[in-house]
Write a protein that binds this ligand. Structure first.
Ligand SMILES: O=P(O)(O)OC[C@@H](O)[C@@H](O)c1c[nH]c2ccccc12
Length: 261
């Protein structure tokens, strides 16, 4: 069983919800990547999404764009990231999900990429600019080695397509809460809840909500409608400003999330 599947089985058994922080690899230097992963696990993360910096990150808002620029400026490469994640695997037991745009994968070579991330012990992969129609070029290869392709749905995805997308894969389904970019404020309104209800009702996979989530109240509220949350920009900001107490405090919500059903 893949680590992601196992993690959700366990959360389910204990009536808990997932808290998945996102971090940008190479922000603050690649040599702090392993330590940051260890810290996030220690603070209670259920899994970690690790971003690969890219010069044209179309889905990313200013906070993550700037983090990507910093990472690229200090020479971060996909190969370097994979090497560090391989080292991290010896000390980190929660699932690691790599988030990268297609371009760095092309540059690396699809087959080499799949082999390298699998060897490094990476459990899943999010490729936001890979459409369902295009995924044949990589999805079967990932599936063969047991790395989960995590697919995304958004409030503009038609219901039929939500059904189609959520019937694939094994990890979880990423429900993007808004129509915009990462780090955008979201309205906690009926529209959002009904979107999540629709996704939940069709998805055989656990559903995680992400985009624009940055505080405990939001997380507790959203936990009523899905199986957990992804928090990106806020985590990136706290690492960048070295606010480790606040980071610990933000992740401490996972204890409350475990009291939900
Ligand atoms: O930053 P936010 O608003 O908390 O959103 C999560 C997000 O950062 C992370 O999951 C992510 C970063 N870049 C992405 C691109 C596509 C999908 C998801 C992502």
């Amino acid at each position: 069983m893949n680590r992601i599947e196992r993690a959700f089985k366990l959360l389910n058994k204990t009536n808990s919800k997932a808290f998945v922080p996102y971090m940008m690899a190479g922000d603050g230097g690649l040599d702090c990547l392993v330590d940051r992963l260890i810290l996030l696990e220690k603070f209670g993360a259920s899994a970690i999404e690790v971003g690969v910096p890219f010069s044209d990150p179309v889905a990313d808002g200013p906070t993550i764009q700037r983090a990507g620029m910093r990472a690229l400026q200090n020479g971060t490469t996909l190969r370097g990231i994979i090497e560090e994640l391989e080292k991290a695997r010896e000390q980190v037991s929660i699932p690691i999900i790599l988030m990268t745009y297609l371009n760095p994968i092309y540059a690396f070579g699809i087959d080499r990429f799949v082999e390298a991330i699998n060897n490094a012990g990476i459990d899943g992969c999010i490729i936001p600019d890979l459409s369902l129609e295009e995924e044949e070029m990589i999805a079967p290869k990932l599936s063969e080695v047991g790395v989960e392709l995590i697919r995304l749905v958004t409030p503009t995805t038609p219901v039929e397509r939500i059904k189609q997308i959520s019937s694939k894969g094994k990890g979880f389904l990423y429900a993007v809460t808004i129509k915009g970019i990462t780090g955008t404020r979201i309205d906690m309104d009926k529209e959002l809840y009904s979107f999540l209800n629709v996704v939940k009702s069709f998805s055989p996979l656990p559903v995680l909500a992400g985009f624009g989530i940055d505080n405990h109240d939001q997380i507790m509220e959203l936990s009523n409608y899905c199986d957990g949350v992804v928090v990106g920009s806020k985590i990136v900001e706290l690492f960048n400003e070295n606010k480790m107490d606040e980071l610990k405090q933000l992740l401490s919500i996972n204890k409350k999330m475990s009291q939900l059903t």
